[in-house]
Design a protein around this ligand. Sequence first.
Ligand code: HEC
Ligand code: HEC
Length: 512
Amino acid sequence: MWTKAAVLLTACIWTGCSSASSAAAGDDDSDSNLEVAQAVTDPGPRGGDRGAGGPYDQLGNDEKTFFTTARDVFAEIDSVSGTVANEDGKGLGPTFNGNSCAQCHAEPAVGGSSSHPTLGHVRAPNPQVGLATLDRVAGKAQKVPSFITPDGPIREARFVTNPDGSDDGGVHGLYTIAGRTDAPGCTLAQPDFAKAVAQNNVIFRIPTPTFGLGLLEGVSDDALVANLAANGDAKYADGVEGQLNRSGNDGTVTRFGWKAQNKSLLVFAGEAYNVEQGVSNELFNNERSAVAGCVFNSNPEDATDTTTGGAADTTLFAAFMRLSSDPTPTTSTASELRGQTLFGTTKDPQVGCVHCHTDTLVTAKLRYTGMSGVEIHPYSDLAIHHMGTALADGVSQGAAGGDQFRTAPLWGVGKRIFFLHDGRTDDLKRAIRAHRSAGIAASASARRSRRPRNDAWSARLRFEYGVLPCPVIKLLMSRKSPDCQGMDTLVASTSPCTHALKSSGIGEPSPK
Ligand code: HEC
Ligand code: HEC
């Protein structure tokens, strides 16, 4: 492996460094260097400890106890009226994608993302397959949509347009409670996913992990604005802009979800409870698809206990996520530290991943013990960026248009199995390559032509994907693999080439 890597990498060094001296290099879209990339493989999710799932370390004992209580509720399974054994949460349906927060937020621990039958810690097939038959009357199983497979990601589906051509963009539940033993008389049919797939009218979203989100919630709007403005020239030169999505109600920054469409953990919890599980609640109190024959409980199905004052589930869900610890990084080996250097820091952006994937943010003054003024490393600016045609999903949410996505926070990514908003790949290399798109390259070159040429332009290259992944993989993922070692050592010794990594292939296609 060492020999093969050395040969291929030498080819890359040559291509990279020679292209660096060519003025047109940034516009070169040929894939010659991608051959090099074939030599680098993503070794898959990191082993060892789960590295996430517990409470934030500095919390007091009472807060930690509350966290644990809240986690149990996050993992509770819902049936229609709480009458099925071992499914004592109530309110499932009429439509749903899952029956428990922890069903989708599972890997590597409760709060995380999709599990996989043979990879990672949980080792369970996609639970959405089983929902077609779970608790159904004999002969009343529902159809598993084609995009839900046992070893694929958990997904929710949105339709891009309505049958009349107007914008839809909403989530369409995969299943209904019709045919369940606890929903007699309900006949609500599943949406016609086969047709939507055939018409190319359906897009997907996979679950994002919820670890450490109280820290992200706790970064002030001003800090996010300042972070986005920092290093403006370097970002601009690399074609990176970005904007913050904002609430139409109070004007503050919204930051959760793939398009940064949601304001807070409590709002997200309320929305997820209604959309994913069909449980109406105090935040979203009108049940979706509440058609005659399918409504079995009074609304809201989840609420504050008016006798005891006990918290509603939504409050506990938010508390669990807010008090959870950020994932533990493993940037400790020499090779991981080199990867970290290449990825960049605000002070020294290197290849420029850090332009969007911000390395350090600081929390504001928070009421939870030990969470104030803390430096955190989410690897996200929480801003939305134009990602070009290859990633666009055509759905708008708030200020985020069809090709805009929130910079995905990369903390804990070494434990993730599926990547990108729709879970299109489990290969980190492909996830990184997907950042390049024809739209981006074209607009980067348009932007260049609008600006005076300087040395920085010619030194910047198309995305040198062949060199980059190994150290980057080492950094965040610590996806340990013997065949990365050789590449790594070599990359470290080729500093001219690493400078050439400055990418013109990653950026935003529509400058304002
Ligand atoms: C059927 C699977 C499924 C279930 C069940 C589910 N989620 Fe999610 N969750 C998702 C998906 C998909 C996303 C990404 C949605 C998007 O941004 O479009 C997500 C995103 C989130 C986020 C945003 C995290 C971030 O990084 O910004 C939070 C918070 C969240 N879910 C909380 C919950 C809570 C609380 C529950 C239980 C009420 C829940 N989810 C149940 C699939 C699920
Ligand atoms: C222009 C801003 C920008 C730059 C520069 C950028 N990214 Fe991203 N990155 C994003 C956005 C936005 C997403 C989410 C895209 C989507 O899901 O469609 C993302 C997603 C990812 C993901 C997938 C994470 C997940 O949760 O699925 C990885 C891995 C990643 N980026 C690594 C990198 C690396 C490595 C670099 C440097 C070579 C880089 N990114 C540069 C904006 C950026």
